[in-house]
Design a protein around this ligand. Structure first.
Ligand SMILES: [Fe+2]
Length: 289
């Protein structure tokens, strides 16, 4: 398949909040942008953590190609036995997120309702570097994705708390499909891993808070009650409104976030309305440090 190349693209970068999020206008991703434009998009992504390309009309092949601008496309991690039926209709590497039901069963993963803040694949040794979502169908209200800057949380953390936690590690655990900690919506299949509480981003060299309400279990080498209260404090701080961009989806939005320095959550939405997203990931290059 040949993809036409845009020789010259005008890239408009419009920040969406002070700490996180930018809309990139003037790009039609059906065509491969010029290399210098791809480099500028990559830099905008590092600068803003979350980038949105509105009004796209992309095929599955396009999604795979665009994902490749940011690294190697990731595999699906959930074991095949636990994948929803709609998954068979997609190219390898694309995951269906949907509440649409056929024969009473959701065709996609993570079908319903609110989802707690988390970093994708923090429960793996080498978590995904990035996640991309493409909006195919969206409810009239709700189903927003909230993105929190881990840099802003780290930079503004009480220095005493920061000093207590510097160099510490935390354990993360996730049953695939779970949307609230300890709910019964996850599969039996799970993964868990230990990573630093503060992660250094390998491209920007900046530090970010790297624990989350959905998946983090405890801080290692610390009494449980102390760990619990410090984690609660970190969650509440990280999710403060001033560090968060709330994305209201429009059909045709393509959005990419950086899992190394941001976490995300989903707001509730009406069960009677359809929501369909296609998701790809970019493989991480290194264990978090
Ligand atoms: Fe996620």
């Amino acid at each position: 398949m040949s993809v036409a190349t845009q020789t010259k693209s005008k890239l408009d970068i419009v920040p969406l909040t002070r700490h996180i999020g930018a809309e990139l206008r003037g790009i039609d991703l059906r065509q491969r942008p010029a290399d210098e434009t791809i480099a500028a998009i990559y830099q905008a992504w590092l600068d803003h953590l979350v980038i949105v390309f509105p009004g796209q009309k992309l095929s599955q092949e396009d999604l795979v190609r665009v994902t490749g601008y940011f690294g190697e496309i990731g595999d699906l991690h959930r074991p095949p036995k636990y994948r929803p039926p709609g998954q068979d209709r997609l190219l390898p590497g694309i995951m269906m997120i949907s509440n649409i039901r056929e024969n009473g069963e959701p065709i996609g993963s993570l079908p319903d309702g609110e989802m707690m803040f988390h970093h994708d694949m923090i429960h793996a040794e080498v978590p995904s570097k990035a996640t991309m979502l493409y909006c195919v169908e969206t409810p009239d209200t709700g189903g927003n994705t909230l993105f929190a800057s881990g840099y802003a949380a780290y930079d503004t953390l009480d220095p005493q708390i920061r000093n207590r936690l510097e160099g510490r590690k935390a354990l993360h655990h996730y049953n695939y499909g779970s949307v609230q900690k300890g709910d019964d919506k996850g599969t039996e299949a799970f993964a868990e891993c230990v990573h630093p509480v503060f992660r250094t981003h390998e491209d920007t060299k900046k530090k970010a808070v790297y624990v989350n309400r959905l998946m983090t279990v405890k801080i290692l080498d610390m009494p449980q009650d102390e760990s619990d209260s410090l984690l609660d404090l970190l969650y509440d701080h990280s999710e403060k409104k001033e560090f968060v961009y709330a994305h209201r989806w429009r059909v045709g939005d393509l959005l990419l976030w950086d899992n190394r320095c941001s976490s995300h959550a989903r707001t509730d939405f009406p069960a009677t309305q359809r929501r369909l997203m296609l998701r790809t990931t970019v493989k991480g290059a290194t264990r978090p440090y």
